[in-house]
Design a binder for this molecule. Sequence first.
Ligand SMILES: Nc1ncnc2c1ncn2[C@@H]1O[C@H](COP(=O)(O)OP(=O)(O)OP(=O)(O)O)[C@@H](O)[C@H]1O
Length: 534
Amino acid sequence: MQQYIIQIDFVDCPGLGYEIFKVTDKNNINKIAMEVIPKHGMVIQFQCAGEEQVHSLVADLRKIENITAVEFRTQMPYQEKEIELRTILNSVSEGVLAIDKDGIISHINEFACKLLHCRLDKAIGVKVEALVGEDSPVLATLQSGNEYRLKEWTVKRKGRALQFLSSSVPVKNDQEQIIGAVSTIQDFQQIEKVILRADKLQRLTFADIVQQSQPMAQLIAAARAVARHSSTILLRGESGTGKELFATAIHEASARCRKPFIPINCAALTETLLESELFGYEEGAFTGAAKGGKKGLFEQANGGTLFLDEIGDVSPRLQVRLLRVLQDGTVRRVGGTKAVAVDVRVIAATHRNLEQMIQSGEFREDLYYRLNVIPLTILPLRERKEDIPLLAQHLIRKICNRINKAEVYLAKESVELLVAQKWPGNVRQLENTLERLINLIDSTEIRPEHLWAWTDITDNVAAKTIGNISRKPQTLQVEIPLTGEWPRLKDIVASVEKEVITRVLKKYPSSRLAGQVLGVSNTTILNKIHEYKI
Ligand SMILES: Nc1ncnc2c1ncn2[C@@H]1O[C@H](COP(=O)(O)OP(=O)(O)OP(=O)(O)O)[C@@H](O)[C@H]1O
């Protein structure tokens, strides 16, 4: 028996399926698989005795009215989709592992197979615990629904302990039910590459720090003055105020500017990873340690600057190790005994209250004094509102350049609205807000109604400062008839839902836009339109 696949294209009409099956039965073929291409055709995989029988089948099918073509194929559509998906997964330079709702591995790419020392055909269809043990982040995500970012994960394989960083997200259906989980897996060496790549990014200078306020002008002057020397600097300020920008500018204005500037976020890595990144390790220091050992960032930054972001998040044990480097200018690799001299300027940064952390015993006082040689504090954006107009237009230009869009401008009232906000996430939040707006609006001017619609900008703040801008309605009133019995809660919720969606659709007459406004998918809006006959 030979196997064949044919694709039957047709103009959809009632009874056509029946006609096709009559012909396939008449020709006595053995169907193996079938796929419908909605409104367009059907693909059948079958077995039969030989060529003659196939030609008779095709000839009979072609005689059926409304069938426009019958062609042979080499694969079923689902097989082509599988190949496409596999190619996408294998083009990623990280391991990818996906499981279904029962914890069975549904997809795994070649990279993950390499990292986990397994074969693709042996992994697919297997329970994830059987391959990587019970405590994988992907299984934890499936069970808890929580996302994980860069979680440290050790897998025991063939008597060896393999160490990875893994991030995972749940896969949810339209009803928000968890139907699986996907994980990405990285190893130590990859992380190192990412860190080193950061050093090659475009360096920013003091000229890139946009400001109009007196306190910022003074701070820049002070930072310029201290940049020339090698003293340790402690940058203080809330998240997103520009600490890293200052650190880069200081390095660029220093005599060390031709040597490396290496930033590292101490809060983003686990204690052991941070230790091996900062201090390096000797060969055989731990399972998974690279052959020949590895230089730490202190050694790599020799002659340059190491930016230790989120220094307040460093563990007590690593605080001791950092203190030693700052005191005697030498580092000792993990698993090593030799002290290596390094010439590195340290710029540390934190948004945390280190003085309070000293009181509570979380931060070492001696390390604090070593770091706090030159303290520079960046004020939160809400305390230097004069900076906002110029900064906002600067950020708009930067974003438009990056996404290749003609520069957009802020209407005067929009500037006033931006100035009136508290910006707890500071410049980064302002930048993200503007980026979202620039992506969503078509107009060349950002007007207040765009800010109302697409941002978290609040009415009450604006109301105090601006009197003449039309505001969002404060309340939504829905009439629920109360004649006798209470309606069912489900019906009350449905009335509110219908009213809200109707109103939003009036202002944003597309299911995609309405979905974005209400934070649901396009499909949810379409289903609701259908359900409530809006
Ligand atoms: N005065 C400024 N002029 C221009 N851009 C700025 C200014 N301040 C901050 N930015 C931009 O805002 C963003 C956030 O800044 P940065 O990452 O330096 O903040 P941070 O204080 O280090 O944040 P975190 O504490 O969260 O690490 C960056 O894109 C930065 O370039």
